[in-house]
Design a protein around this ligand. Sequence first.
Ligand SMILES: NC(=O)c1ccc[n+]([C@@H]2O[C@H](COP(=O)([O-])OP(=O)(O)OC[C@H]3O[C@@H](n4cnc5c(N)ncnc54)[C@H](OP(=O)(O)O)[C@@H]3O)[C@@H](O)[C@H]2O)c1
Length: 323
Amino acid sequence: MTTSPGGRVTAGVLGGSGYTGREVTRLLDGHAGVDLVFTTSRSEAGNPSSARTLAFSQPDEGAVLEVDVVFLCLPHGEAAAWADRIVGHGPRVIDLTADHRPGSGREDGAVYGLNEWNREAVADAQLVANPGCYPTGVLLSLLPLHEAGILDPDRLIVVNASSGVTGAGRVPRADLLFAEVSGDFRAYAWGNRHRHLLEMRALLPGVDLLFQPHLLPVPRGILETMVLPVRDGVDAGEVRRIWASRYEFEPAVLPLEDRLPALSDVVGTDGLALGVTDVADTREPAVMAGAALDNLGKGAAGQAVQNMNAIFGWPTERGIRCP
Ligand SMILES: NC(=O)c1ccc[n+]([C@@H]2O[C@H](COP(=O)([O-])OP(=O)(O)OC[C@H]3O[C@@H](n4cnc5c(N)ncnc54)[C@H](OP(=O)(O)O)[C@@H]3O)[C@@H](O)[C@H]2O)c1
């Protein structure tokens, strides 16, 4: 390992030219505790990256095994293959793909990096499975409420989620062309079958979830609105109090006082904004909750940097953009 002088650590990014890799590269480049040693792209090797002075390089196993921490910003499957070659040979690994998340079948040996929930376990992890963008908002909203016992376990939670187009990655696809997406708004992965349900269900056992994603014609950002069936007597104020208490000292989570969140609260940051309102005229008690996050920020790179901060004993907000 080549830990730098002055307590700094060395880091590398595999897949640095993709949407998440570009964002991780930019954050690491500005992180006061990190010397960014490489960021890779096979197709753009030699071209400038999003780091100020570092060009893309070809992935190289020798260089990868020399750094303290490696971020895997690769297609699914490729990350698992790289993790197999790295874990146990020195570097800590933060995997932004679904390859090692709960429900993947490869979760053994990995710590699920839902940072505000699992920070202590992440600190000791050799391999961190960074959560999916959609589950980050849903889980940080619902876990404290589930734990407090205010949700009605016998009724369905409906989550409607919309994501900007960078959520689909940078590989060209005809259905994601500007002319196809601009001015349109569509649901996809219908039928309650999105792969992110695996990790949401794993963290919320026994909770009946219906998750419907939509493609929003903006570059980045996720808005999730959730119909929450609550026990008799529970109102939005109680949800707000539970969030405020759970996240009081969490700089990346911003519970709002009096409204549902919007993309404009969070796009370009590494934070998550939460909001909740009472709803009128329902037969059974319910509240409407909302979560907004940047899919490339808190939904990917920002949370990955928080997990690196946990590993090296740094404050969670170091090097990230809080809302
Ligand atoms: N986009 C999001 O909002 C988001 C949020 C959270 C998590 N994720 C997950 O993060 C991962 C990366 O997503 P992304 O959107 O950043 O993908 P992307 O834009 O398609 O980027 C993929 C990157 O991997 C490189 N790459 C592709 N195949 C490779 C291989 N066989 N070996 C080495 N490098 C390879 C690509 O560059 P070259 O082909 O030039 O090498 C590129 O740099 C995915 O698993 C995704 O599900 C994405």
